[in-house]
Design a protein around this ligand. Structure first.
Ligand code: SAM
Length: 258
């Protein structure tokens, strides 16, 4: 599925609809509590700015620092808001993040790509500055379809193996990203809450389903699922009458108070 602007645009509506509203409200309240009416928010792996667009209506005065290593995505993200400054950075270099003066760090659809060591190092840096962390829409390893098919489980297992394979930041956590983040932040005294934020897709989401299923089949095939092309053909043919649930989790970590 990659990180193309087209794919990010296709998924944005489903992402915004899936975010857990109660956790989003708590993240907004925490940003206001520590940063006042105009908090400074840093978004990791911002893509074209989906997180900014999800939160901006609730935090209209916030200033945003947008971090990504893709200049084209970054340019689009920065163009989507007044108070947004783009930072072209590789997330592998956490010391290069402009964290001074930041009240809330956000991410979406990112924690499945990172490693345990990366999360440990991020948590260390945020804890040193008492910065809150809100990471939405991390894939959680659970996919289901209705009506189901015999090979859904094998394809999901292969896709999850691919999720946990080597990625640019190292051996990715895949579906374990949220729980690994919970452990790292709780170990530093943060109060951590999580909530489910699944995509529930149906016949109205034909285009998103098509791209998603193709991406799932390609990854599952790379991870050894020989039946992936057949699974894809059947799932594409059934799109107009089937539904699916793709599991995600949102996480909010609030720094300990004196
Ligand atoms: C799945 S996309 C999510 C984008 C956006 N947060 C959203 O929800 O639409 C992951 C983003 O992380 C960025 N990214 C991946 N690896 C990165 C790295 N090593 N350094 C900086 N950005 C990275 C990609 O360019 C992409 O924009």
């Amino acid at each position: 599925m990659g990180f193309s602007a087209d794919w990010l645009a296709l998924r944005e509506g489903a992402d915004h609809g899936a975010r857990d509203p109660a956790l989003r409200c708590k993240a907004v309240a925490e940003a206001r509590r520590i940063g006042g009416a105009a908090p400074v928010i840093l978004d990791l792996g911002c893509g074209t700015g989906s997180t900014l667009r999800a939160l901006a209506p609730h935090l209209p005065e916030a200033s945003w620092r947008l971090v990504d290593n893709d200049p084209a995505l970054l340019e689009r993200a920065a163009a989507s808001a007044h108070h947004a400054v783009p930072y072209r950075r590789d997330l592998a270099d956490l010391d290069a993040l402009p964290l001074d003066g930041v009240h809330l760090v956000t991410a979406s659809a990112l924690l499945d790509l990172v490693t345990g060591a990366w999360l440990r190092d991020l948590a260390e840096r945020l804890a040193a500055r008492r910065i809150a962390f809100y990471a939405a829409l991390t894939y959680d390893g659970a996919m289901s379809w209705s009506p189901p098919a015999d090979d859904d489980a094998a394809i999901t297992a292969a896709f999850n193996r691919h999720q946990r394979s080597d990625k640019p930041l190292g051996r990715a956590l895949g579906p374990d990203g949220t729980e690994a983040a919970r452990a790292q932040f709780e170990a530093r005294g943060y109060g951590v809450a999580t909530a489910e934020s699944p995509w529930r897709l149906g016949p109205a989401d034909t285009a998103l389903q098509g791209a998603l299923f193709a991406g799932i089949a390609a990854a599952a095939g790379e991870a050894g699922a020989e039946g992936a092309p057949r699974w894809l053909d059947r799932r594409l043919s059934a799109r107009a009458a089937a539904t699916c649930r793709i599991g995600h989790l949102d996480l909010l970590a609030i720094a300990p108070q004196d």
